[in-house]
Design a protein around this ligand. Structure first.
Ligand code: SAH
Ligand code: SF4
Length: 348
C-alpha cells in the first residue's frame, strides 16, 4: 500500500517536493489541491508538472476515504459510513476492463470467450460505453466516490482488439481525449496478431501493449492458441522489438500459467531465452478456473519457481493477483454463465 499524502502539512509537502528534486512551491501547490480543492487523485492536480505527478504516484496516494453508505434524516442531519483509503482495492486507481468483440474468433483452449465462438465486432461507441457504464455502476454501488472516475482502461475483455483495429483505435482516442484518461493508463492486450502490432507501432501512442504468449514453444502455443498459428513466437517477439523501437514503450508479455501444461521451470527457461534482449516485462496470470476446460491453476510453489527462473535471467516479473474469484471474472466467463446458466465450458 502506498503512503498517504493526506496528513502531511504544507511544510512537510514542501520538503517532500524538494526530496523529489522539485522546487519547494510545488509542495504548496500539492497542499492546495489536497486540502482546498479536495482532489482525490494525484492525476487531477492540474498545475503540477507531469514528471512530478508521475514521481508522486510511484510512492504516494491521496488517501481519501470512500462513502459506502449515507443515511439521511428529515431534519437534515446525515450520517456517512466511510471506508478508509487503506483497504480500498487499489485506492486511487479504478481499472475498467473492456471488450472489443462479442465472442472471439481465436478460440484459445483455456478461455471461456474462445469456447463460445465469434459473434461480431463492437463499435468504438460500444467500447467507450463500457467505460462510462462501469464508472456509473461503480458510483452507484459505492465502489467509487460520487466524484470518482475510472482511472485506467485495459482492453482485456472479450475479443481480440487488433482484429477490430479501427474501432479499437477510435475508442483509445476517445478514452484518452474525451474521457481524459492518460494514454499511459490505457493497455491494449493482443493474442499476438503480428500485422496489428506493426500497425499500432506506427501510431506512436504512449499506451501499453500487452501480448499474450502462454507458451515459449511453437508446438505448445499452436495447441493453446489454435486461431493464431500463422505467426511464430519469434515473429511475435520481433514485432514487439519493433514496437519498442518505434514508441519507446516497454511491452508487457502475459503468460497464463496452466498446471502441468506450461508452468515448468524448463518452460520458464525457454521463455527467458525467447525474450532475451527485449525491453519487456512479464505478467504471470495464474489460470482462473473455467469448469470443463480440462485446465487447472498451478500450485503456488510452481508459480514461484517459474518466476524465479525469469528473474534470474534479468526479466522483470509481476504476478496478477487472484481477484474476482467466485464472480466469473475471467475473460468471457460471465457471458458464458449468462448464456448457459452455468460457467461450464462443456455446455454449448
Ligand atoms: N484477446 C486478447 C485480449 C483479451 S484476453 C488476448 O488474448 O490478449 C486478456 C487476457 O486474459 C489474456 O492474456 C488471456 O490469455 C487471459 N485469460 C483468458 N481467460 C483466462 C482465464 N480463464 N484465466 C486466466 N487468464 C485468462
Ligand atoms: Fe480470444 Fe484472448 Fe480469449 Fe484467446 S484469450 S480466445 S484471443 S479473448
Amino acid at each position: 500500500m502506498k503512503n498517504l499524502l493526506l496528513g502531511l502539512s504544507t511544510a512537510e509537502l514542501k520538503l517532500l517536493a524538494k526530496e523529489l528534486g522539485e522546487k519547494e512551491f510545488r509542495g504548496k501547490q500539492v497542499s492546495d489541491w489536497l486540502y482546498r480543492q479536495g482532489r482525490r487523485e494525484i492525476s487531477g492536480m492540474a498545475t503540477l508538472p507531469v514528471a512530478l505527478k508521475a514521481k508522486l504516484e510511484e510512492g504516494y496516494q491521496v488517501g481519501r476515504s470512500l462513502v459506502k453508505k449515507i443515511s439521511k434524516s428529515k431534519d437534515g442531519t446525515f450520517k456517512l459510513l466511510l471506508q478508509p483509503a487503506y483497504g480500498v482495492p487499489y485506492a486511487g486507481r479504478f481499472s475498467c476492463c473492456v471488450s472489443t468483440q462479442v465472442g472471439c474468433p481465436i478460440g484459445c483452449a483455456f478461455c471461456a470467450t474462445g469456447a463460445g465462438g465469434f459473434k461480431r465486432n463492437l463499435s468504438a461507441g460500444e467500447i467507450v460505453d463500457q467505460v462510462l457504464t462501469v464508472g456509473e455502476a461503480a458510483i452507484k454501488e459505492k465502489l467509487l466516490a460520487a466524484d470518482g472516475r475510472v482511472s485506467h482502461v485495459v482492453f482485456m475483455g472479450m475479443g481480440e482488439p487488433l482484429l477490430n483495429y479501427d474501432a479499437t483505435l477510435a475508442a483509445v482516442h476517445l478514452i484518452n481525449g474525451e474521457l481524459a484518461i492518460g494514454m499511459r493508463n490505457i493497455t491494449v492486450s493482443t493474442i499476438g496478431y503480428v500485422p496489428g502490432i506493426y500497425r499500432l507501432a506506427g501510431e506512436d501512442l504512449q499506451l501499453t501493449l500487452a501480448v499474450s504468449l502462454h507458451a515459449a514453444d511453437d508446438a505448445l502455443r499452436r495447441k493453446l492458441v489454435p486461431g493464431m498459428t500463422r505467426y511464430t513466437l519469434q515473429e511475435i517477439a520481433d514485432a514487439c522489438k519493433h514496437y519498442f523501437r518505434e514508441t519507446g514503450r516497454r511491452v508487457t508479455f502475459e503468460y497464463c500459467l496452466l498446471k502441468g501444461v506450461n508452468d515448468g521451470q524448463a518452460d520458464a527457461a525457454k521463455l527467458a531465452l525467447l525474450l532475451q534482449g527485449l525491453n519487456c516485462h512479464v505478467n504471470l496470470i495464474p489460470f482462473n478456473s473455467v469448469k470443463g476446460s480440462g485446465f487447472y491453476p498451478p500450485e503456488t510453489f510452481r508459480v514461484t519457481n517459474f518466476r524465479r527462473v525469469l528473474e534470474e535471467a534479468g526479466i522483470t516479473v509481476t504476478q496478477r493477483e487472484q481477484r474476482g474469484e467466485g464472480i466469473e471474472a475471467a475473460c468471457g466467463q460471465l457471458r458464458r454463465q449468462a448464456l448457459t446458466g452455468q460457467g461450464d465450458l462443456r455446455i454449448k
